[in-house]
Design a protein around this ligand. Structure first.
Ligand SMILES: [Zn+2]
Length: 299
């Protein structure tokens, strides 16, 4: 993922995701074209890639007070994408300056139309379009309120899981609120909230949010928990029937076990009369040696 802060992502929160917000009962709302972040630690902002500073300015209204994006910086990446860092307390770059990924841009603040210190982070394609892309997708995090969660792409089964989770979160965060929860959905609701998939509010859509919680919870249990169990079993079978070349020190240990077993075998041979039972005891003793050695080899 790309991080617009110098601070570790564990200290960052998304306070307003990209997309529709303030949706009323008629489905009317406005589009939040950026994503809002708050850092609970270092509030220094950094370039998410190499590029040039195109704008570094303070937006003011006719009364000369700070408005709109307030103190903001526009960084054009070498790839053409336009990156906006808005509401800054301080701008620490000048127009025309070249920056490398990780270089300081400014400091999170509350200038312009802002009710508290945060970064409005917006990404637009090359050109003059005022349309923005989903900045969360662009930098590789979940577009959801709460602690910043990177989209994990490894290992493969997690990538599928994260893709599904992202789709669900995307659906859930673009909907209006209704707090009623059916009795049958209480567990699923708790699970969805514990796993950071939903803040617990409910949409007014053709599929209820509680139905999605339940679907998702079952999906996770059946496909992923089940899938992982199957994966573990396959791994175990592979391990059981794999040839393990002896590692350093192991041949000596095998020999120690064989020597002790041989001693025991001679004792049995001497004390036990020839019989089916004696023969079985010898076979079992061989088995003991075999399992003990396998236990060492498969580690
Ligand atoms: Zn914003």
């Amino acid at each position: 993922m790309l991080n617009p802060y110098r601070e570790d992502i564990s200290k960052l929160r998304v306070t307003s995701p990209f997309g529709m917000r303030n949706v009323n009962a008629n489905g009317v709302g406005d589009i939040h074209k950026g994503i809002d972040f708050v850092s609970d630690g270092d509030k220094t902002l950094v370039a998410i890639g190499d590029g040039g500073i195109i704008t570094s300015t303070m937006v003011t209204d006719p009364n000369n007070s700070t408005s709109e994006w307030g103190n903001y910086v526009r960084l054009d990446l070498d790839s053409g994408w336009r990156v906006y860092y808005c509401h800054l307390r301080e701008r620490l770059v000048t127009v025309g300056q070249r920056v490398r990924k990780g270089d300081v841009i400014g400091v999170e603040g509350s200038t312009g139309y802002s009710s508290g210190s945060h970064l409005h982070f917006e990404i637009r394609p090359a050109g003059a379009s005022t349309e923005a892309v989903n900045a969360a997708d662009f930098i590789g995090i979940l577009n959801v309120i709460g602690n910043v969660t990177p989209i994990i792409t490894e290992p493969p089964q997690d990538a599928e899981y994260e893709k599904f989770k992202r789709l669900m979160v995307h659906y859930l965060t673009e909907t209006a609120a209704d707090e009623t929860v059916s009795e049958w959905a209480v567990d699923a609701r708790k699970w969805a909230m514990d796993n950071g998939i939903s803040d617990g509010t409910m949409p007014q859509r053709f599929i209820k949010r509680e139905e999605l919680w339940a679907m998702f919870e079952r999906f996770e249990k059946i496909l992923f928990k089940g899938g992982i169990l199957i994966m573990n079993m396959i791994e175990q079978i592979e391990n059981n029937f794999m040839y393990h070349a002896p590692k350093e020190g192991q041949p000596e240990i095998y020999q120690k076990i064989r020597d002790k077993a041989k001693e025991f075998a001679y004792l049995i041979n001497e004390l036990v009369p020839d019989s089916r039972e004696k023969s079985l005891a010898m076979t079992k003793l061989e088995e003991v040696v075999m399992w003990a050695n396998a236990g060492i080899a498969r580690q």
